[in-house]
Design a protein around this ligand. Structure first.
Ligand code: NAI
Ligand code: MG
Length: 354
């Protein structure tokens, strides 16, 4: 029997509620599909930082590297400096493990009213591929003489040919498996060096995928088009910061940030990939068993798909769809179900499929 080793990092806030919900579903689907999941929990994040002065131990990355995948909640707490979570955990893992693709599907689930009510379910079905290792988030900059009249600050973006080519190839290959359309979301009319180079390299890569319709769109127009004509998108290829922002808008189009899944993917599988919902630790609702766990559960399905368990992943997705169709919903989308009710409903659906 196949046995996958999963490092579990619930993180902070609702991470402690949604991650167990996801694992419950994974355990259930594993027994139906004859594979095993070995989990090891790591209590890292902002809470850990308060006790130990670091987000994870010094050998944290070496520890994670031994696993087949990492299942992650979110990090950050109101009482901890919010410049630290990305720097000391999330970006560190994404960058060290060359998870240069951030895969974020946006799809309207059955039974969910989108804020775009006049759109049909088939109109809202696209994937945001966010470059995940460089761009605006390289944290290369400084704050100089902040308290003087001459004070200034910089954050310099960095885009490399290799980084752009890698994520572009992934996105075009994904488009080939979907509706064969790729939109590069850019802002090269104003970021006239970095994003002009981004556009140029992507246009070169596009030459190798003549079966994919390629177009380019500025991010301001793309934001409006997410709302006005989401049906025009299939695969969106964009930069680290633009992808971060647009995928939260994608979550909103799905009806809640709590629905959005993501995978931080190392396509070569040299390093473990990390799967997490798109949202943060939501401290405002933590500890109440009301968080929507579907983004975390869907992320677990992406993890199983990445590990090669495609049928198990598909079963989880259909369990999610059955649950929303039956209007078993959390408060963020107008329901009364708890976090654990949603996991139970999905598990019930899985067991009826055996
Ligand atoms: P957030 O995504 O945690 O929350 C934004 C709003 O959406 C809140 O009102 C929250 O209650 C709601 N929400 C989020 N997830 C939900 C769910 N599953 N079900 C129902 N409602 C949900 O973003 P915010 O408030 O900007 O950040 C909170 C903390 O999370 C900060 O410390 C931030 O740095 C961190 N963060 C961490 C991320 C990560 O670890 N990858 C990503 C984004 C934020
Ligand atoms: Mg984000």
């Amino acid at each position: 029997m196949k046995n996958y080793k999963i490092a579990v990092v619930p993180g902070d806030g609702i991470g402690h509620e949604i991650v167990p919900a996801g694992l419950k579903v994974v355990e259930a689907v594993a027994s139906n599909h004859n594979f095993k999941i070995d989990t090891e929990f790591y209590p890292w994040g902002a809470g850990y930082y308060k006790r130990h002065g670091e987000f994870m131990p010094e050998d944290g990355l070496a520890t994670l590297q031994k696993f087949d995948a990492i299942y992650f909640g979110a990090v950050g707490l109101p009482e901890v400096d919010d410049t630290l979570p990305a720097k000391l955990y999330t970006f560190k893992v994404r960058k060290s493990f060359e998870q240069y693709v951030n895969y974020r599907p946006v799809r309207l689930l059955p039974g969910i009213e989108s804020p775009l009510r006049y759109k049909q379910r088939e109109d809202i079905d696209f994937v945001v591929i966010r470059e995940n290792n460089e761009g605006e988030f390289v944290q290369n900059g400084e704050i100089v003489n902040p308290d003087t009249p001459e004070g200034y600050a910089t954050d310099t973006s960095l885009f490399t040919r290799k980084g752009i080519e890698n994520v572009a190839n992934y996105a075009f290959q994904l488009a080939q498996k979907r509706r064969k359309k790729l939109t590069n979301v850019t802002k090269s009319n104003t970021l006239i060096n970095s994003l002009l180079y981004w556009d140029t390299v992507i246009a070169e890569v596009a030459q190798n995928y003549s079966d994919v319709t390629y177009n380019k769109m500025y991010v301001d127009n793309a934001a409006a088009s997410f709302v006005l004509k989401p049906e025009t998108f299939d695969v969106i290829l964009t930069t680290n910061m633009i992808g971060d922002i647009l995928s939260d808008l994608g979550g909103a189009i799905m009806g809640s940030l709590g629905f959005g899944p993501s995978g931080n993917i190392n396509p070569e599988k040299i390093y473990p990939s990390m799967f997490e919902p798109i949202h943060g630790s939501a401290p405002d609702i933590a500890g109440q068993n009301i968080a929507n766990p579907i983004g975390a559960i869907w992320s677990a399905a992406l993890m199983l798909e990445h590990l090669g368990e495609k049928d198990a992943a598909a079963d989880i997705i259909s369990g999610i769809e059955e649950t929303t169709r039956k209007q078993t919903l959390t408060v963020d989308v107008g329901g009364k179900a708890s976090t654990s009710d949603i996991a139970d409903s999905i598990v019930d659906h899985l067991s009826t499929k055996v």
